[in-house]
Design a protein around this ligand. Structure first.
Ligand code: A2P
Length: 336
């Protein structure tokens, strides 16, 4: 079967990569529809070495669309995803609009692919990028020895905030190197040569919503409400690739050697863990532009008998967003 596939937000940082990954993985696309705002209507995007004209989402009739990949923000998803689903499409939504609804599955393709099959509203949610890469690495450990608690600090690249954020980091960096002043626009304070402990909005409990996503989504994807997560989410001046310093406390002891062996056999994971300069993954040397979740710095927690430390790095736009969305589309196409 060939599918009529719509990409909503096709001109964005994630949408652009959705198009290239659909082509790269030879997803059976019969017709590709590129949708964005009225501002981009008439522009072109590239799919499979061909130019495709961008259409205005607000004027588009979804009848006949088989699969719709949404990455245009939560409010666009809230308004249009139900319309596409009502017209018969399976919607794979990269926003947080539906992630916490009980009747919408939240799927990491390597972790809980079976959940994609039950989608009463015709919508499948793609998890937050930070949760995605963390769980690709932690799910096999959870299955083997039970994870009771996760302590995580993230180091998140600006691409997670979209194209305008990539441009702001570039602009500020250039300006500051030329001894010019900068005016923060997309980020609340200067992002170039800085780190910002604030992603998404603040909640009443003092956490940011980005941090709460790590708590909520981990429980839902692993199907385990008892798992405790203590997150701090930080934006860093990196273009592509999120890093995470992760500490876990497990029910049964797992040694670094056992964890390394388990992760080496885990689909989607690459272990890069040599104890020497450069023998660890970074966004620039490993993750950016690649598909795997890279894990290094695997070592005991000297402060806890059942603690383990890991460093987890992945391209947030690929595995953290576009790649997983296309992998969900592959599950749908395979009838799973
Ligand atoms: P456009 O380029 O026309 O603004 P990013 O996350 O990189 O900022 O990208 C956001 C994506 O969502 C872009 O493709 C953007 O299209 C799209 N988008 C934003 N607002 C709307 C809207 N009102 N209707 C449709 N698409 C939208």
């Amino acid at each position: 079967k060939q599918y009529k596939v719509a990409v909503v937000g096709a001109t964005g940082a994630v949408g652009e990569v959705m198009l290239s990954i659909l082509a790269e993985r030879k997803f059976p696309v019969g017709e590709l529809v590129a949708l964005a705002s009225a501002r981009s209507a008439g522009d072109t995007v590239v799919f499979n070495n061909r130019e495709v004209e961008v259409q205005d989402l607000a004027k588009f009739d979804p009848t006949g669309v088989d699969i719709a990949l949404f990455s245009a923000g939560g409010s666009i998803s809230k308004e249009y995803a139900p319309k596409f689903a009502a017209a018969g499409a399976v919607v794979i939504d990269n926003s947080s609009a539906f992630r916490y609804d009980d009747d919408v599955p939240l799927v990491v393709s390597e972790v809980n692919p079976e959940a994609a099959a039950t989608r009463p509203r015709g919508i499948i949610a793609n998890p937050n990028c930070s949760t995605m890469q963390m769980l690709v690495a932690l799910a096999p450990i959870h299955r083997a020895v039970g994870i009771e608690r996760i302590n995580v600090a993230t180091y998140q690249s600006v691409s997670g905030a979209g194209r305008s954020a990539l441009e702001e980091l570039g602009r500020q960096t250039g300006a500051l190197l030329n001894f010019q002043g900068i005016e923060p626009e997309r980020f609340p304070v200067q992002i170039a040569f800085n780190v910002i402990p604030h992603i998404d909005e603040f909640m009443d409990n003092g956490f940011t919503k980005e941090e709460m996503k790590l708590i909520w989504e981990t429980k839902k994807i692993l199907g385990d409400d008892s798992i405790l997560v203590n997150p701090t989410a930080v934006r860093v001046p990196v273009f592509y690739g999120h890093s995470e310093a992760v500490n876990i406390e497990t029910r049964d002891k797992i040694t670094p050697e056992e964890a390394r062996k388990l992760l080496e056999a885990t689909p989607g994971v690459e272990v890069v863990d040599e104890r020497k300069p450069g023998g660890y993954p970074t966004p620039v040397t490993h993750a950016s532009g690649n598909d795997a979740v890279y894990v290094g710095r695997i070592r005991d927690d000297l402060s806890h008998p059942r603690g383990l430390n890991l460093w987890i790095v992945s391209d947030n736009i690929r595995k953290g967003a576009a790649l997983n969305a296309v992998q969900i589309a592959e599950l749908v196409a395979a009838g799973r």
